[in-house]
Ligand binder design. Structure first.
Ligand SMILES: [Fe+2]
Length: 438
């Protein structure tokens, strides 16, 4: 059966009116036009729905809130074929792309758009509903007849930002479909933004906790102040030279910063003993990798760093501690930290000796390869350090001033540490009885 719109129904192929019937033909034409309009509307809704999925899917892969806002704005503008601006809670105006802003596309000043729409912006911010503003004469003049649509982007902190879509006055005005699509995109976008902000806060908290722990250690063992940060940096440098991806480099750096956190459980007399340690004292010192492991174990995010911390005093030849692992039995991160730790310990002034120069430390490190340290990791470390010296001479001098000149670095020596020069350096001795630096 075919519905003709004339109040009667007839089998397909059976015309129920004559084409020359005036009023019937007019009504048929009207119905056909209405159907075509509905078809176009349906197609547009389908395309918008596709775009909503596409936008949310792509935006959801982003992690940085500062990237999410402009990306959302840009895709929103693409979806409605409009220029788009974002007015933040403090009135700051953000565009998706300076070269493609709504202001430039419509030759409008964003500040003027903001000023003209202040009342409407506040309304959308309070209700969180998208709307086409009533066109009062002031706004119409200011925006040169542009069609305007506003939508609220919920923000995790503070009031919602308002996104303003602007379309040329000569184009199709915004309708209820545009409002619906706007609310969908900005609703999903707001959730994604909130999650990204929460993750960033958690990461910042984790980093601050790591630094606080490292500072606690360095404050206790004042002869090695700054050692933890330097080992973290050197470990990251070596990991990058070995081709590790960024997420692993981050864990490696944290493991480097925290490797000695267990020294919190070692007595001050042992840590700051200017003479040789007795066997009993050395045994107590050897507890610190396991203490570090135990301290960090409850922090779920540091899980991948735990083995590196526990085994950072294992030696390549099996003579280290706590378990006497050897070769590739020792986790890679622990082998990297072993090299970085050894180098920084050599170039730092310790309670029991002055620091070695850069060249002396490199010579010792080269000799240790295959005994206490992994030869492959040591080669990567030396190559990375040499590249750093060649490519960034100013940063190299700032970071390794103490090892280049023999001068004591301000951050590496606490009160009471002896000043020294290369001329006053003691004869190079072996590393500690375990073959490592305590
Ligand atoms: Fe250690």
């Amino acid at each position: 059966m075919m519905r003709t719109g004339l109040g009667t129904e007839s089998p397909p192929g059976t015309p129920s009116f004559h084409p020359t019937d005036g009023p019937a033909a007019e009504r048929l034409e009207a119905v056909q036009q209405e159907n075509q309009a509905l078809g176009r509307e349906l197609l547009r809704c389908y395309e918008q729905l596709n775009l909503v999925f596409d936008i949310t899917e792509n935006i959801a892969t982003l992690r940085d809130p500062d990237t999410i806002r402009p990306a959302l704005l840009r895709r929103f503008g693409e979806m409605l074929s409009v220029g788009a601006l974002l007015i933040d809670q403090d009135g700051t105006c953000v565009t998706a792309d300076p070269g493609d802003s709504a202001g430039q596309r419509l030759q409008l000043d964003p500040a003027r758009v903001h000023a003209s729409l202040a009342r409407e912006i506040e309304l959308v911010r309070q209700t969180l509903h998208a709307r086409v503003p009533s066109s009062d004469p002031l706004m119409r003049t200011a925006l040169a007849e542009a069609h305007v649509l506003l939508g609220a982007l919920r923000q995790p902190e503070g009031p919602a930002a308002v996104i303003i879509a602007l379309r040329h006055g000569g184009e199709v005005p915004f309708d209820s479909g545009d409002i619906l699509a706007t609310e969908s995109v900005l609703g999903y976008g707001g959730h994604i933004l909130a999650n990204a902000v929460m993750v960033r806060h958690l990461q910042q908290t984790a980093v601050e906790t790591v630094r606080a722990l490292a500072n606690a250690i360095d404050a206790k063992d004042h002869y090695t102040s700054g050692h933890s940060e330097r080992v973290g940096w050197l470990a990251r440098l070596t990991g990058a030279a070995l081709g590790l991806p960024e997420p692993q480099l981050q864990i490696l750096e944290w493991a480097g910063i925290l490797h000695d956190v267990g020294k919190i459980g070692v007595s001050d007399e042992i840590l700051n003993n200017p003479g040789a340690l007795t066997p009993a004292q050395f045994n107590e010192m050897k507890r610190h990798p396991r203490l570090s492991y135990e301290v960090l174990k409850p922090v779920a995010r540091l899980g991948p760093a735990l083995d590196a911390v526990l085994y950072h005093h294992e030696n390549w030849d099996g003579s280290g501690y706590p378990e006497g692992l050897h070769g590739e039995q020792i986790p890679l991160f622990a082998r990297i930290i072993r090299v970085a730790d050894t180098f920084d310990a050599l170039t730092s002034t310790r309670a029991y000796r002055a620091g070695f120069t850069w060249e002396e430390a490199l010579a010792v490190l080269a000799k240790e390869a295959g005994r206490t340290t992994d030869p492959h990791v040591t080669r990567a470390f030396l190559a990375a350090l040499e590249r750093f010296r060649r490519d960034r001479p100013a940063q190299f001098r700032a970071r390794f001033a103490h090892a280049i000149t023999g001068a004591t670095p301000a951050t590496a020596v606490g009160a009471g540490a002896p000043a020294h020069s290369t001329a006053a350096l003691p004869k190079l001795g072996p590393l500690t009885p375990s073959g490592g630096t305590p």
